[in-house]
Design a protein. Structure first.
Length: 289
């Protein structure tokens, strides 16, 4: 049995209410026979365990279920998924989001045997789980330079597994914006391609980690901007928080690891951004003081 693609999926708390529909959506993936879901499940309820067990019995080898007794962050979960994944390609897929049936297939067809490290694309923002009508998010308007300045990979990106350890893991210091940090590192070391078709339906109910009104999200966003020299995007109100985390280190499994262990030219990259002529002509960052 060949597994080409593994998902990074997580479940905790009352997210179990999405589990059955998520698994049904997984079954309808056109790439189902060559993929697996790797699900880190924190404090699962009995009915969720029964649902998982029944699925594994019907479809052996298609679902890795990793139980966590103590709730940890999303990025701890994704790192655990990546560590256990059997596929050469990793696809982000949280259980409160639904992919289109050919979503994995399209991304795999684009990334396999090509000199690219990741694939991302457009998606639909919905306010209720299971809805198919919403706000279509189109990334065509963004220039490629924005891959190292903004989070434009969306909620349904795929990347080569070997990059997970090559560029450094998901930084477990972050609670909400860790995918933005990881996306920048992906773009710094590899090429990406965009799919213009709809990859899925992202639940934006204002209740999720990254969608509910939350000051922490803005603080983390600005910490990441500080880390990669995107100074003009930092909000003045968050300046006091910029040194509240390890700027030059990634947290993985309770250990801090220097970014430049992975990104050998990290210091030069940030220095270049600081010295960029356009940055100094604009001087927008300094106007905030």
């Amino acid at each position: 049995m060949t597994i080409d693609v593994s998902t990074l999926s997580a479940c905790w708390g009352n997210y179990g209410r999405y589990l059955q529909t998520f698994l049904e959506s997984y079954l309808h993936q056109t790439f189902f026979k060559k993929m697996e879901v790797v699900l880190v499940h924190y404090e699962p309820k009995k009915k969720d365990l029964e649902l998982i067990k029944d699925f594994q019995k019907k479809y052996p080898g298609r679902l890795q279920h990793i139980i966590g007794t103590k709730v940890k962050s999303l990025y701890c979960a994704w790192n655990t998924c990546a560590k256990h994944a059997k596929g050469k390609y990793l696809a982000v897929w949280n259980i409160d989001d639904l992919r289109t049936k050919d979503s994995i297939q399209m991304q795999f067809n684009l990334i396999k045997n090509r000199n690219i490290g990741f694939v991302y694309g457009n998606y639909t923002d919905v306010t209720k789980f299971g809805e198919k009508i919403g706000n279509f998010i189109d990334y065509k308007k963004y220039k490629k330079i924005e891959l190292t300045r903004s989070m434009i990979l969306g909620p349904f990106y795929m990347f080569k597994k070997n990059l997970w350890s090559k560029i450094g893991f998901f930084d477990e210091q972050f609670k909400i914006a860790g995918d933005f940090d990881f996306a920048i590192r992906l773009a710094l070391v590899s090429k990406g391609r965009m799919i213009t078709k709809n990859l899925g339906y992202y639940l934006n109910s204002q209740k999720g980690l990254s969608t509910k009104p939350n000051r922490l999200q803005n603080i983390e966003k600005d910490q990441i901007c500080f880390r990669y020299g995107i100074f003009e995007k930092i909000e003045k109100k968050n300046l006091q928080h910029l040194l509240s985390f390890e700027v030059k280190n990634l947290l993985y499994n309770k250990k801090f690891i220097p970014i430049n262990k992975f990104l050998k030219k990290y210091n030069q990259f940030v220095y270049k951004r600081i010295m960029d002529r356009e940055f100094f002509l604009n001087r927008s960052f300094f106007k905030k003081f």
